[in-house]
Design a protein around this ligand. Sequence first.
Ligand code: CAA
Length: 240
Amino acid sequence: MTKVAVVTGGTRGIGADITAALVKDGYKVAAFYFGNEEAAQACAKATGASIYKVDVTRYQDCMDACVQVEKDLGSIAVLVNNAGKTNDGMMHKMGAEAWDDVISTNLTSCFNMCRSVINGMRERGYGRIINISSVNGQKGQFGQTNYSAAKAGMLGLTKALAMESAAKGITVNAICPGYIRTEMTGKMKPEILEAIVKQIPVGRLGTPEEVAAAVVFLASDKASFITGSTLSANGGQYMS
Ligand code: CAA
């Protein structure tokens, strides 16, 4: 039977490539988006994925959206928590709203979505949850106390939920992409990005396809003995 996958932030950046790769691998994909209607329509047209406009920072909206996906497409087997944003600035200049914004979009959303699918996965005895964290959650990053905290929080959530879910046939893993060529890194000052690329042994930014390939693997039955793990995809920038 065709498995159903939900990808948050699934119509732009790394998420759009995750959606495309999962569709190509035979999944029915529900791609969640929030801000950019045009990109969402383009992604649906290009991949055939179903798109859902959901504010993943809101618990009840996530719950309702997952019920709707299950009505439309079937039981959710795979959840990819990819929605994320940056709001960079040094701590001594950061307002509370930049903190809340980044924590709620990257980390609270991960709780909201996991909570929305976990009971169904437990009842069915099967599930794959893949959390897209970041190299900056592993090593910290100048100007990103909010983002580094949120992404590190996702790693803790991954491990704890993996423990709780292992006996129920559910794996929970994290991927930590490094610096990937997307809109997010495109917004950085070129000289800062250049300095970071110099720290990447592979000598270049990663591609969204390279992250998507790791998601497809962790979602597959071939990865059934892997849970609670953190897979780095960072060109060697940080080896943990
Ligand atoms: N390490 C050490 N010092 C640094 C530094 C660094 N990485 N970056 C800046 N500084 C220093 C500057 O040289 C400057 O020093 P002086 O005052 O002595 O000249 C001081 O810190 C202040 O720097 P700025 O003038 O640049 O300060 P700003 O407030 O204008 O900008 C910032 C600060 C927005 C955080 C900027 O440094 C920045 O954009 N940093 C990059 C943050 C980053 O890596 N973001 C990643 C986005 S992509 C992503 O997050 C995806 C993912 O998962 C990997």
